[in-house]
Design a protein around this ligand. Structure first.
Ligand code: 4GY
Length: 248
């Protein structure tokens, strides 16, 4: 996969050189580059922003440096790239979006700064606009990194065990069950007996029930969207009966 980021702060993307994504880059599963619009300025001040037409506070990223940076990225792409702008006005990014992105060979993310970018660049050059959530960042860089991270871990060979991707909560539509590792007693608390039993069927059922319980408690919206299997329905009924006696 090939990803290029249009950004005034390419240093920020050093954060992707560590861990699983860093390894994907070293193993050439991901080619990640940055293009800085500042490098495409022609005035003495190297300006990349200007005042908004119509007045108001803040500055807007100018078309020209952004456009030239974007053309440089597009020319460097190995296949026709999809160009994505990150902003709170975009569609909400989720796991389904990451699964779509990972099927795209070439991606360009535009990370804006200041109050945003000139709309004409979006109109003419941007294919899709995505948001990571309903809050305002100081720039699109962190949003781009979130999307790169969530997407690249889905590529073949990037995460060691493929089961950890297909078993991702969210992917299954349920939240993750509680997890434990050695020692058996920590903070004076034990590990649930079933996990030490060696009974794999019982462990699977316990984990599914925990996932259902947590999802019902914390994210009922996820449960409502999901088609429940018969086993899941009966586990949920069991949970209902368990909590009724003392209204827990
Ligand atoms: N939320 N999701 C987000 C954002 C702020 C462009 C400078 C978000 O994706 N991006 O908050 N971006 C940027 C938007 C101008 C501020």
């Amino acid at each position: 996969m090939w990803i290029s980021i249009i950004t005034l702060f390419p240093e920020m993307f050093q954060a992707l050189q560590v861990g699983v994504i860093g390894k994907a880059i070293k193993e050439n599963r991901l080619i990640l580059s940055c293009v800085n619009p500042r490098d495409f300025t022609t005035d003495a001040r190297h300006s990349v922003d200007d005042r908004p037409y119509g007045g108001g506070t803040g500055m807007i990223m100018m078309v020209e440096p952004l456009y030239l940076a974007l053309q440089a990225a597009k020319n460097a792409a190995p296949t026709t790239p999809t160009t994505i702008y990150l902003s709170p006005q975009g569609q909400l990014f989720n796991q389904a979006t990451a699964l779509q992105f990972k099927e795209t060979t070439s991606l360009i993310f535009i990370a804006g700064r200041y109050e945003g970018i000139d709309e004409r660049l979006i109109e003419q050059e941007v294919d899709q606009e995505w948001s990571i959530g309903d809050y305002i960042l100081t720039g699109g860089e962190l949003a781009a990194m979130v999307m790169v991270d969530a997407t690249v871990r889905l590529l073949p060979g990037v995460v060691g065990d493929p089961a950890s991707i297909t078993q991702d909560s969210i992917t299954t539509g349920l939240l993750k069950y509680p997890q434990y590792t050695r020692p058996e007693l920590a903070l004076n608390l034990p590990v649930p007996d079933v996990l030490l039993s060696g009974n794999h069927a019982a462990i699977q059922t316990w984990r599914l029930k925990q996932s259902l319980s947590r999802t019902a408690q914390r994210r009922p919206d996820l449960l409502e969207k999901r088609n429940l299997t018969n086993e899941e329905k009966s586990l949920l009924q069991a949970l209902q009966k368990e909590k009724k006696p003392n209204q827990k």
